[in-house]
Design a protein around this ligand. Structure first.
Ligand SMILES: [Zn+2]
Length: 188
């Protein structure tokens, strides 16, 4: 009897899960297929001859080398996981088509089609260019947060939260100082 009840219980699980999955797959404007297409077509947003890194091969630089390349504020964010003041980045209001690359190594991380206005004061994105960001948990605050960084140079970019818009529900909250924007039209 016990075993039969267990089987009954297991059989009921898909019924509980299915409506959630349907809501996800059936999102009206940008379904998960739409997000995948956005991720795959990121090069469509790249200006011709743009100065970007097209390899994720790790880039190692010494502290001194980074200090020569980056401004002191960029160094603090990218290399020491600092957070810029909310509302301080000109990229908050950036709406032109184009690509956002890592300010440390020029690896493309987001496109303008992945950006949205979160109202937080930091450039925010609901998805990213696959394979170009990696995450880890950090414990600077009482509760753990998910930090993310560039896979090429290891530079810290921001934190990812689960209060973003549909269909991903993700908010990639990025320091503007860690990004360089390359508009599709015009010079980088
Ligand atoms: Zn980088």
């Amino acid at each position: 009897m016990k075993r039969r009840n267990l089987l009954k219980g297991l059989a009921a699980v898909p019924l509980l899960v299915a409506p959630v999955w349907r809501a996800w797959a059936g999102a009206p404007s940008r379904g998960s297929a739409g997000v995948e297409a956005l991720q795959k077509s990121w090069k469509d947003f790249l200006a011709q001859g743009a100065d970007v890194a097209l390899t994720t091969e790790p880039l190692k630089r010494s502290k001194d080398e980074w200090k020569k390349i980056l401004t002191p504020a960029q160094y603090r964010v990218l290399r020491e996981e600092d957070t810029e003041r909310a509302g301080s980045s000109p990229l908050n209001g950036e709406k032109r088509p184009g690509v956002y690359v890592c300010a440390g190594c020029s690896l493309p991380l987001f496109t303008s089609a992945m950006k949205y206005d979160s109202g937080t004061g930091w450039p925010s994105f609901f998805t990213f260019i696959p394979g170009h960001l990696a995450t880890k948990k950090d414990y600077y605050l009482v509760f753990p947060r998910t930090e993310y960084h560039c896979v090429r140079c290891g530079g810290h970019h921001g934190h990812v939260f689960d209060d973003g818009p549909p269909p991903t529900g993700q908010r990639w909250c990025n320091n503007g100082l860690a990004l360089r924007f390359i508009p599709k039209a015009g010079k980088a």
